[in-house]
Design a protein around this ligand. Structure first.
Ligand code: ZN
Length: 254
């Protein structure tokens, strides 16, 4: 029990320091005597000074949508890649990414791209109904849905900048399922490793859950642009953490 409390405190502290979304979780008083905090602060300062030039937290490619930062339907031009709708601005890099995988000998399937808030809401409601039909209480149905379905207005698929991409061979051999263990194949590993060269990052990493609110997904890629993708990958930063660093730099510059 005690260990759980300590772990949660550290998680809360890390979230607020490294960039989670809850700005009210001030940790200065609780952690002021910790040398670990001092180290974290130094590391944060170093990261801030190393941030790529010309990138701003308000850039449209860096919009953060998650369960703490929900958005109504966003307005942008759409186009399709292999019949999947995405934001028009990522058609070129996404096409190049898929071509790159193909050329490397690992054809990939674009499973999903833009999804509207309405669609997400339908998925959400259907999930609750399905659980209830299976005999779960309304409360249980909601709990299970929260676990497996992104809350309407809180899925970054609504940005048109997020795509689910799977190694075709694995995807076809596994009943078109999206499962983390797909990363055990060389093809999915290629996608994860080379995504930044095309401006994409693996959005939900193994270490990122505290700041993203979502567990590891070996197939969900997010376009952020090449400069940001390289920096985020090098320093193992989630988008939430990266944007928080950019905001800190902008605050100092004012
Ligand atoms: Zn996804």
């Amino acid at each position: 029990m005690k260990k759980t409390i300590v772990t949660s405190m550290v998680l809360i502290a890390l979230t607020s320091l490294l960039g989670g979304c809850s700005t009210n979780l001030s940790s200065s008083s609780t952690l002021s005597h910790s040398s670990k905090t001092a180290k974290t602060q130094t590391k944060r300062q170093k990261l801030i000074s190393a941030l790529p030039k010309g990138v701003r937290s308000t850039d449209s490619d860096l919009i953060v949508v998650n369960k703490w930062h929900q958005h109504n339907e966003l307005n942008f031009s759409k186009a399709t890649v292999k019949d999947i709708p995405v934001r028009e601005t990522i058609v070129k890099p996404l096409t190049a990414f898929l071509k790159g995988a193909q050329a490397a000998g690992y054809p990939a399937t674009l499973v999903s791209g833009y999804r509207s808030v309405d669609y997400q809401e339908t998925v959400w409601n259907q999930s609750i109904k399905t659980y209830e039909a299976k005999g779960k209480s309304a409360k249980q149905a909601l709990k299970l849905t929260k676990e497996f379905v992104a809350v309407p207005r809180g899925s970054e698929h609504q940005t048109g900048l997020a795509v689910d991409v799977m190694n075709t061979k694995w995807y076809d051999a596994n009943d078109s399922q999206l499962l983390s263990k797909s990363d055990q194949t060389a093809g999915q590993q290629w996608l994860i490793k080379h995504a930044p060269e095309y401006g994409f990052v693996l959005r939900f990493t193994k270490t990122g859950k505290a700041s993203t609110g979502i567990g590891y997904e070996s197939w969900h890629f997010r376009y952020v642009g090449k400069k940001s993708a390289a920096f985020m990958t090098k320093h193992n930063l989630t988008l939430e953490q990266y944007v928080s660093l950019l905001k800190a730099r902008e605050k100092v510059a004012k």
